[in-house]
Write a protein that binds this ligand. Sequence first.
Ligand code: ACO
Length: 321
Amino acid sequence: MAGVGSYVPAKILTNADLERMVSTSDEWITTRTGIKERHIAAKDEFTSDLGAAAARRAMQRARVTPEQIDLIIVATITPDMPFPSTACLIQQKLGAHRAAAFDLEAACSGFIYALEIAQQFIMTRTYDTVLVIGAEKLSSIVDWKDRNTCVLFGDGAGAAILQNRPHAHGLLTAVMGADGSKADLLFMAGGGSRCPATAESVASRLHYLRMEGKEAFKNAVQAMKTAAQEALRRCEIDISRIKCIIPHQANLRIIDAVGERIGARPDQLFVNVHKYGNTSAASVAIALDEAVQTGRVQHGDLILLMVFGAGLTWGAAVIEW
Ligand code: ACO
């Protein structure tokens, strides 16, 4: 993993702002979720813009030019358009003309899914340099009249450059999982082939995400715990050796519950959910970048990523930095 980067839009939406939009309070949001504010993209700023900005920072740190990139994978549930892929739009923005490009949809788990796919291409020596991006403009699918969900989400992007380098550090293992029988816990009904956009579908607010919060919460804790333990078992690494644990930043109570169940010390857990809310596929990518840029992880340190999202999907990854 040669370099990481992230980007969040300038505009900040605070809990106080939300108090003026729906029937909620800073106290409710803070105690139930740990979120204080989130970043919201401008009207003319799209997922591809957020992703490209994060990618440029990762490329600069990895000292990689656009021409060197062989493949771009973008994990997102908020593509600029259903097609072409946001990865193709980012390829054009970066001028990475040699790169193949595709999107990947695994909701909040997308960044780990994308890292693992990138790793497979690198291990088989198909590609030398892969750009992995998690990018979301969730504000475009949030129902700003639904207090159950609108307080939870934010916009942003994170990126990583993976390269084939002998004796280099990087992804040691990644675990991925899914359970489609629980697809109804978190979904957006409108806009696909099942329910194309019509005046009625829009009037029924089907083009916004819907969530069963309590069930999502329980499943998140169990899935991230199981995935993290499996990832550590595969690497034969005890949790006490992990320098920094980066869980999906959805809710501080979920982070604390998972941390306790896997036997993590509080000082191992990385938390930035108070600043960004849940940014889905961008969440652990932004957190990884912050952990690196703030010196929280140093060369040779072990990092554990854990994710959970719609699908349901989940995953965990161990990285040697
Ligand atoms: N402000 C004030 N009250 C609210 C708000 C709000 N913003 N939202 C809900 N409430 C009310 C509810 O209406 C309910 O009222 P009632 O008891 O009168 O019906 C009450 O608060 C309690 O609601 P609960 O659902 O019991 O609250 P809970 O403690 O479960 O917290 C939350 C809700 C924060 C949504 C929590 O369940 C959660 O975080 N779930 C997981 C969400 C998640 O991580 N999802 C993302 C997965 S990742 C992805 O793929 C996008």
